[in-house]
Design a protein around this ligand. Structure first.
Ligand SMILES: C[S@@+](CC[C@H](N)C(=O)[O-])C[C@H]1O[C@@H](n2cnc3c(N)ncnc32)[C@H](O)[C@@H]1O
Length: 329
């Protein structure tokens, strides 16, 4: 049974998480943790005030940025730019398409999906800003941002995937801090739709909060709740094992790997990325770092026979994993 539909206020709070992620990524980028010239365009257009986050948060967002960027780059390299799709569930103000397009490294289709207000605001920004519009027009038919509520009781997700993607191609589906905001039945339905539309060709990367039951986890939930955001999915997928099991149950049955963000940072991030991050700011919060980073899961899976997961989760040690305050947005 589906839960009650979210109220207008609850929806607005969830949509607001897109700006939270944007502001925090922009904070880390400004301090040199990674490069992304487009974050500041979206900051300006979304009327967000630049903020300097704490070193712990900046480093956490850097890890998150690297995990997704490395996965995307690895996927495009493995399957060939132009010969695969990328789908970003709850894309928000994410800038990945524009970074790829600037490098001339676009997939055949890059589809972003989000709630109506977020999707229409992003479409307006893209058409208003010449540098973004040019990167869309340079690759006709590749990029689209469509409205799709993952909690809606209809077949819009399936229709949009079929219309906007080439379903014959391998497809990487990204869920960067998104599925945790919807109830388990909705995340499962969305993931199952993905594996049935991209039959034996789907890859997925999910990043989200886990471990709600210890003191840090309870504080993390409370912080979001106080801003009107419930992590509706966390209780059913609260460990790395449960994350991997959800993916398997939804048809990603060829391979699953899930590690927490701490292990991902330690094992999967490149030495260069870590060296760069570690010289950006004075940092002595090592206990808090471990605590925070072990409350986020990075889960990857595929339904492609013999499919190779993204290199970010292929590093030795990571693939074997089967199963407060932090980078919340
Ligand atoms: C924390 S933000 C992450 C945005 C982006 N993935 C990133 O990491 O920068 C969560 C995003 O999920 C979207 N979202 C939440 N619930 C959704 C739903 N039911 N259907 C579609 N999108 C949803 C929000 O609007 C928001 O853009």
């Amino acid at each position: 049974m589906a839960g009650a539909a979210p109220t207008h206020v609850e929806l607005a709070a969830v949509e607001q998480t897109s700006d939270d992620a944007l502001v925090s990524k922009a904070s880390a980028e400004r301090l040199g943790y990674f490069d992304d010239e487009f974050l500041h365009v979206f900051m300006h257009e979304n009327k967000q005030t630049p903020r300097r986050r704490a070193p712990l948060i900046n480093r956490g967002y850097c890890a998150r940025f690297r995990v997704f960027d490395d996965a995307l780059q690895g996927f495009l390299a493995a399957h060939g730019a132009g010969a695969c799709n990328v789908v970003s569930l709850g894309g928000g103000s994410d800038t990945a398409y524009f970074r790829l397009a600037k490098e001339g490294n676009t997939p055949a289709r890059y589809l972003e999906l989000d709630l109506p207000d977020v999707a229409s605001r992003k479409r307006e920004i893209v058409s208003r800003r010449p540098e973004l519009r040019a990167l869309v027009e340079a690759y006709p038919g590749v990029y689209s941002m469509e409205t799709c509520d993952l909690t809606a009781d209809d077949d819009r997700l399936e229709k949009t995937l079929r219309n906007a993607c080439d379903i014959a191609l391998p497809t990487l589906v990204l869920s960067e801090c998104v599925l945790v905001y919807v109830a388990p039945e909705h995340s499962r339905r969305a993931l199952t739709t993905v594996t049935s539309v991209f039959h034996k060709k789907a890859y997925v990367l999910v990043y989200e909060q886990i471990r709600p039951h210890d003191a840090f986890g309870a504080q993390m939930i409370q912080n979001l709740k106080s801003r009107g955001c419930a992590l509706l999915g966390i209780a059913d997928h609260e460990t790395c094992e449960a994350q991997a099991a959800r993916l398997k149950a939804c048809g990603f049955d060829e391979a699953q790997a899930c590690v927490d963000l701490k292990e991902c940072y330690d094992v999967c991030l490149s030495r260069e990325a870590k060296a760069r991050a570690e010289k950006c700011e004075i940092f002595d919060e090592f206990e808090e770092w471990t605590l925070m980073m072990t409350h986020y899961a990075v889960a990857a899976a595929t339904n492609a026979p013999g499919g190779v997961l993204s290199p970010v989760l292929l590093a030795e040690g990571a693939a074997a994993g089967g199963g407060g305050d932090g980078p919340t947005g």
